[in-house]
Design a protein around this ligand. Structure first.
Ligand code: ZN
Length: 336
């Protein structure tokens, strides 16, 4: 997760902890995000009936993938460890239909090779659902022991386990494309460079490419996973995401009895979904941006696998798959 708003969030949380009235702060024109208790979104959509057993997802196996990834150490773009994790992901996707999107990014620290990995699972229904996770680790922290177990590791592992669940099974629903995107993290510390000018390199490239070749018109939903392994799981309601798609996610969570982990707090997230939001693709960011008290583990060497739990991975994995199952059965999906 790379976001400038994080600093605002920490400020807002601190003010909140001190008993300050953040609503008053925002009313005075400051740009800190308002953090308000979110109500469960009222679905105005016609949703298909709940049917079938809950989806399968092996949280322990996903957790093992997190540990495998973390073992490579820091994985910033352009590093030898980054190359190793690319090879690791490819090895787990052997036999799948995998496409590589490789290009050179021009960054404030020079040119870097960027490598998005896309695994495609075909469905009978016309249209595509994309699930994405970044797999690079924060570049400014490259010389520390930062391994991004939650930030980059958890969601990349989650998609590997979702691939296991999709593999070898004919799909009646939409095609699913799993995207491990690269160079999400800012290259410069966000105190030195505006977030929007120095981050999201890989996913922006894919959004541009898929807009240019017409693919984006076929994408029914973009589901982003980020920082979803925290043992204390509280997924935020991102106000930059598409409300109707959040309603479907919440419905999926409710059907599985996991709704108490979702959407208690609202805040705007600047994350990998934004390039797809900007080209008109319905998008949702599933992110828990309270990683430790006041998000204290985020972008620190304390972002380690012991803070995560297989159960959290299972909850997010199952809710994601259930979301797709609902989308597959809906008569028509809103365009935005
Ligand atoms: Zn990050």
């Amino acid at each position: 997760m790379a976001t400038q708003c994080a600093r605002w969030l920490l400020l807002a949380l601190t003010l909140s902890a001190l008993g300050c009235d953040h609503d008053k702060d925002t009313a005075q024109g400051q740009s800190a995000p308002s953090i308000v208790p979110a109500e469960a979104p009222a679905p105005t959509l016609k949703l298909p009936a709940d049917s079938g057993p809950p989806p399968a997802f092996d949280g322990d196996r996903a957790m093992q993938y997190v540990k495998d990834i973390v073992k490579f150490g820091p994985r910033p773009v352009g590093s030898a460890n980054h190359k190793k994790v690319e090879e690791y992901l490819a090895s787990r996707l052997k036999g799948d239909q995998v496409e590589d999107d490789v290009f050179t990014a021009d960054t404030p620290e020079g040119k870097f090779p960027v490598h998005n990995i896309v695994a495609k699972f075909s469905g009978a229904k016309d249209g595509i659902i994309v699930m994405a996770s970044h797999y690079d680790t924060n570049y400014p922290l490259r010389n520390s022991s930062f391994v991004g177990a939650n930030d980059g590791g958890s969601s990349s592992a989650l998609l590997l386990e979702i691939a296991n669940q999709l593999r070898g099974k004919p799909r009646d629903g939409y095609s699913i494309w799993l995207v491990w995107d690269d160079a999400e993290e800012a290259i410069k510390p966000d105190t030195e460079m505006p977030f929007e000018k120095d981050s999201l390199y890989g996913i922006s490239h894919l959004a541009d490419k898929w807009k240019a070749d017409g693919t984006s018109k076929k994408i029914k939903a973009f589901l982003l996973e980020d920082m979803i392994g925290d043992a204390d799981l509280n997924v935020d309601r991102d106000t930059n995401s598409t409300p109707w798609l959040q309603s479907v996610v919440f419905e999926a969570a409710t059907r599985l009895g996991y709704q108490s982990h979702f959407f208690a707090r609202s805040l705007p997230m600047e994350d990998d979904h934004l390039p797809f939001v900007h080209i008109g693709v319905p998008s949702v960011d599933l992110i828990d941006f309270t990683y430790g008290y006041n998000n204290v583990f985020w972008h620190t060497p304390q972002d380690t696998a012991d803070k995560l739990s297989p159960k959290s991975l299972e909850i997010i994995g199952k809710v994601t798959i259930e979301t797709v199952r609902i989308l597959d059965k809906m008569d028509a999906l809103p365009p935005k």
